[in-house]
Design a protein around this ligand. Structure first.
Ligand code: C5P
Length: 217
């Protein structure tokens, strides 16, 4: 069997999607597309411009006029490296707000499909397998308990020097799950045909091994 052209990884915040996608890209020679990073970059740009995040028209104007580039694991906004600036707890909330809007999502989806043209890609997000690439050869849905996901995020943020409490991170994880699952357009769901992997209590190495067998049996 040939290895899949497109691998999608969906799931809630903190399930380990980005880390897994990055490792798959490295190990199997795929291009990694971090779809959340695009929503984060748009949310960040809106904040810099002082845009009201409840005003769909204003957010769409910003999204339509931005240049977002994903180069390896770096994210560029109009040529400026914003990788660290967008990966904050606030960045996640801003992203989740702009991601509610259908037309904003369409801008992002078109951009991601274009980036993937003619390439072998691994893409992580909330709707990668259900909406962006419904015909993907391999769909994975990663999940873990909210407490475990909050613990991982908390550790990661602490290591980066953020002054946050575990309770705050857990609250943010639960709120973001709510918002991502309940939005009317392209909500977070288990895509049809996806392999569901619960990563609670598993190391990234174990998960990578499991997924590696699906990519290169
Ligand atoms: O994955 P990450 O935490 O960077 O995603 C930030 C937010 O962007 C998510 O909470 C979600 O609201 C939004 N998102 C989305 N669809 C995607 C990827 C991310 O709605 N495919």
């Amino acid at each position: 069997m040939n290895s899949p052209e497109i691998v999608t990884i969906d799931g809630p915040a903190g399930a380990g999607k980005s880390t897994l996608a990055r490792e798959i890209a490295k190990r199997f020679g795929y291009l990694h597309l971090d779809s959340g990073a695009v929503y984060r970059a748009i949310g960040y740009a809106c904040k810099l411009k002082g845009v009201n995040l409840d005003d769909e028209g204003e957010v769409l104007k910003v999204a339509g006029n931005l240049k977002v580039e994903l180069k390896g694991s770096r994210v560029f906004l109009n040529g400026r490296d914003v990788t660290e600036a967008i990966r904050t707890p606030e960045g996640g909330i801003l992203a989740s707000k702009v991601a509610r809007f259908r037309e904003v999502r369409e801008v992002v989806v078109n951009l991601l499909r274009k980036m993937a043209e003619g390439k072998k890609v691994v893409i992580d997000g909330r709707d990668a397998g259900s909406y962006i690439f419904p015909k993907a050869d391999l769909k994975i849905y990663l999940t873990a308990s909210p407490e475990e996901r909050a613990r991982r995020r908390f550790k990661e943020l602490k290591e980066k020097g953020f002054n946050v409490s575990y309770e705050e991170v857990l609250k943010e994880v639960i709120e973001r799950d709510e918002s991502d699952r309940n939005r009317p357009f392209a909500p977070l769901t288990v895509p049809e045909g996806a392999v569901v992997i619960d990563t609670t209590g598993k190391s990234m190495e174990e998960v990578l091994e499991e997924v590696g067998k699906l990519i290169d049996p």
